[in-house]
Design a protein around this ligand. Structure first.
Ligand code: PEP
Length: 253
């Protein structure tokens, strides 16, 4: 089964209103020149979602986080229906900067995923191990455990609106990318986990992106791996040129 690749730009807490609009428009112009199909999704800071919605062209818009609650007294939270209202098609959940920086548990991630799916959004679920967990040989246990727990209670029917991102914590923002072999190994085991939890068709269909210091110079060899279906990009997504080079590498596969 061929899977359409996807490349996401996680802009984190960077840029401003004008820079977000310019970046979205520049990337969208570059999209027209791709050699093959590839979904592109922007994850701007929440205050700029609407600004990017009007400049995204054929690219998708996603939120970096979403509340697990529907509405009410949750100061600072942003609900899934508000994100839909702002023009989002997707929400990122379980990013390591939320899991580790804000102490989010997989249970909380599952509530966020459920809220996003219920509102009609797609979900990009991130999983990944720390360097200590890798050194202790716990990579498979951690990433599969996060995958299973973060989707607790999610209907089988919703699975086609979920994409995964394998993001080793030690590779995010460090310049230390996983080798293609290391990444492929984990992607393969995550795909096998989807197969054993759900079914073979879902496993074959599931898009699994790699994230962690992806740059124009390492994108092609990562994207060439059979179970890597695109990239989630932080630092290299803040300028259109390098980001588009990564998108081109994904689109060629
Ligand atoms: C990320 O934040 O999801 C990420 C992969 O960041 P970077 O590309 O900067 O490592």
């Amino acid at each position: 089964m061929t899977r359409k690749p996807m490349v996401g730009g996680n802009w984190k807490m960077n840029l401003d209103h004008a820079a977000c609009q310019e970046l979205a428009a520049d990337v969208d112009r570059g999209r027209a020149l791709l050699e093959g199909p590839c979904d592109i999704v922007f994850f701007p800071p929440h205050p700029y979602l609407r600004s990017v919605a009007s400049h995204r062209g054929g690219c998708m818009l996603g939120a970096q986080d979403v509340s697990g609650h529907e509405a009410g007294a949750h100061t600072g939270d942003v609900s899934a229906s508000m994100l839909v209202d702002c023009g989002c098609q997707m929400a990122l959940v379980g990013h390591s900067e939320r899991r580790h920086g804000h102490g989010e548990t997989s249970r909380e991630v599952a509530a966020k995923a459920a809220a996003a799916l219920n509102a009609g959004l797609r979900v990009l679920l991130c999983v990944g191990e720390t360097s200590e967990e890798r050194a202790e040989g716990k990579t498979a246990e951690i990433v599969c455990g996060q995958f299973v727990e973060s989707l607790t209670g999610i209907d089988f029917d919703a699975l086609e609106r979920i994409d995964l991102a394998y993001e080793p914590v030690w590779a995010i923002g460090t310049g230390q990318t996983a080798s293609p072999e290391q990444a492929q190994e984990v992607h393969e085991l995550l795909r096998a986990e989807v197969g054993s939890r759900y079914d073979a068709r879902s496993a074959a269909r599931m898009r699994i992106l790699y994230g962690g210091s992806v740059t124009p110079s390492n994108a092609a060899e990562l994207m060439a791996c059979s179970d890597i279906d695109g990239a989630l990009v932080g630092g290299a997504s803040l300028e259109a040129g390098p980001f588009l080079e990564i998108v081109r590498a994904a689109a060629r596969t």
